[in-house]
Design a protein around this ligand. Sequence first.
Ligand code: FES
Length: 175
Amino acid sequence: MPPQGNQFGVFTLDATLTAMIQLLTVGLLLEVCMTQQPEWEPKLLGFLCRWCSYAGADLAGTSRKKYPANIRIIKVPCSGRVDSLFIIKALRLGFDGVLVSGCHPGDCHYLTGNYRARRRIAITKKFLEYLGVEPQRVQASWVSASEGGKFAEVVAEVTEGLKEVGPNRMFSKES
Ligand code: FES
């Protein structure tokens, strides 16, 4: 409210003070808005086996388990289908991390797909390290169709880990 004068056109001390405080408050708020940067959030790509982890993610959703919205999901027939090139391509496209998730060891519908995935991920991590990319950007987990809660925990854990590692600059255009 602008300061009001009394009937003699003289501003009262109260009205002037109120107007000044309002101006100061608005100024401070504007300054905070101008200096606040949106907080960086990691982008995570999840390759989920359709038989176990994808169903686990579904269960997490239907059970209303909360997990970070940082993950984008690609359904794959088996974790063994995830080629190292898929992972590298995801990082090249700007994802900060990749999660490969499949059936528990011994439960793979194709018998050895998840064992292959485990070996491939270990090799991919070594290769990324060689390239100077933090190997923590690639994670594997085994989540069954009945483990909605575990899926939510895994996504939260991997997202937190990526926040510690920071943005993926290795493949960014600025680097
Ligand atoms: S079918 Fe799920 S990991 Fe192979």
